[in-house]
Design a protein around this ligand. Structure first.
Ligand code: SF4
Length: 462
């Protein structure tokens, strides 16, 4: 039934309204600002790919741009508030240059639709995550007729498989392999803003990952809202991961985000089997209480989750683990909260993304009573953060004396005499300059660790 709600979100329309645009400069310079999760960053690269193919230049200088797009996130109220605040600032650019085109794309576009144009005078274009191919024509139409454009249809098939994203040069790349989500967790707006699950064909992904390896990328993350429910013909996510590992044996491969319901034994065994698949698993648990998990509609129990953890640790003993936790979900009491702390202590994650619950319109939980006091939510969140900080610190300190291979990413932000790189397990390691450069593999010995970072020295250059 929740799935049927999605059908309500399929208008495709062009809004005709007053516009201040007289004539738009022929200069085709696009500036995109990205908010939210890695999927949005990967989508910005797709947007840049579409726009470049249509003759636009990508600029990182907002003052230089003829088109400003904000690629937005709706997951938390705070994320939306930041974008609305940013729109107020962007008004001054529009005042200086009335020909400037301002667009909102991504999840907020999908959620707020026409309201963004009617309530925020500065906005000319609103495009949801499945409508990016229409950007060039909507911009042309805006220039020709002055019509503001809205395109917010959600697709069951769009994967942008044929679009070559325009990425920044570097060591790491995102590679989106599936879009959308069918899980409908009760707190999450994603299925409503990004639509139903669909996967790219396996050979499209392996072709792209091979091209990325040729371009010099060394660390590639396969992305999906629910990446391990990837399905293309007979191939599941384990098959895709294995095919990628074989296609680029010199490249590290990661993936995010997984759902516990779809984390199969086959996937754990595939991760263990290939040297270049990182031994790092991010598996959101959200709560340690079965009662809360049921209210969240997560479709697993603590017992099921712990069974997965047991299998992972057994099959991949040196695995690095991280998770997501929400504190203060509707009706959460002290016992539920304690169960969350207990599961954290039992699993001993290396890291966690921890948030306070905030209700999102259109979700199932929007109808629940958001009855945990803000003060209690904050107190519980702080306890969760503190516990995780201690566990991370203990785990990192236990690595002192151990050796790891890192891929150097560049000069450390805190000191130009130090380099930083990442381990297979996604831990940041700081080492003194040693002549190696971004992209080099270096064997390091850890001699210090805190909750966030490892410090070490090079043992050998690979
Ligand atoms: S699995 Fe749940 S939390 Fe993750 S995107 Fe889907 S609905 Fe949201």
């Amino acid at each position: 039934m929740e799935h049927r709600d999605l059908e309500k979100y399929i208008p495709i329309e062009t809004f005709t309204g007053e516009t201040e645009i007289d004539d738009i400069t022929s200069e085709k310079k696009l500036y995109v600002e990205t908010y939210g999760c890695q999927m949005n960053f990967a989508d910005t690269e797709i947007v840049n790919g579409i726009m470049k193919k249509n003759g636009y230049d990508i600029t990182e200088n907002i003052d230089d741009s003829a088109i400003i797009l904000l690629n937005t996130c709706s997951v938390r109220e705070m994320a939306e508030a930041r974008v609305l605040q940013r729109l107020t600032e962007i008004k001054k650019y529009k005042k200086n240059n009335p020909n400037l085109v301002v667009g909102i794309i991504g999840c907020m576009a999908e959620r707020m639709k026409r309201d963004l144009i009617t309530k925020k005078g500065v906005v000319d274009l609103v495009l949801g995550p499945d409508e990016y191919r229409r950007l060039p024509s909507l911009i042309d139409n805006l220039i020709d007729t002055g019509e503001k454009g809205i395109a917010v249809k959600l697709s069951r098939v769009e994967t942008y498989d044929d679009i070559m994203p325009v990425r920044k040069e570097g060591i790491s790349a995102w590679l989106s392999v599936m879009r959308g989500c069918d899980k409908f967790c009760s707190f999450c707006v994603v299925p409503y803003t990004r639509g139903r699950e669909r996967s790219r064909p396996l050979d499209g992904v392996t072709r792209e990952i091979s091209a990325l390896a040729e371009e010099g990328f060394k660390d590639i993350t396969l992305l999906g809202q629910n990446v391990n429910s990837y399905k293309s013909g007979e191939n599941d996510f384990s098959d895709l991961l294995a095919a990628c590992a074989k296609a680029v044996p010199e490249v590290r491969i990661r993936f995010t985000t997984s759902h516990p319901q779809d984390l199969s034994m086959k996937l754990i065994e595939t991760i263990a089997l290939y040297n270049n698949i990182c031994k790092y698993i991010h598996l959101p648990v959200q709560s340690g209480s079965n009662r809360i998990l049921e209210l969240m509609k997560r479709n697993y129990t603590v017992e099921h989750y712990m069974k997965i953890m047991y299998n992972i640790k057994n099959i991949i003993p040196d695995v690095t683990l991280s998770t997501d936790i929400i504190s203060g979900f509707c009706t959460e009491n002290d016992d539920d909260h304690k169960m969350t702390l207990d599961i954290m202590s039992e699993v001993r994650y290396d890291g966690a993304y921890m948030f306070k619950y905030s209700p999102r319109e259109k979700t199932k939980a929007w109808q629940y009573d958001d009855d945990v006091d803000e003060e209690i939510k904050t107190k519980r969140l702080m306890e969760i953060v503190e516990l995780q900080r201690n566990i991370s610190e203990e785990k990192n300190k236990s690595l002192v004396g151990k050796e790891f291979e890192i891929i150097v990413e560049g000069i450390s932000k805190k000191s130009d005499k130090m380099l930083f790189g990442r381990t297979d397990g996604n831990k940041t390691v700081i080492i003194p300059l040693n002549g190696s450069e971004a992209g080099d593999k270096v064997k390091v010995k850890v001699n210090k660790g805190n909750s966030a970072t490892l410090f070490g020295e090079a043992v050998s250059l690979n």
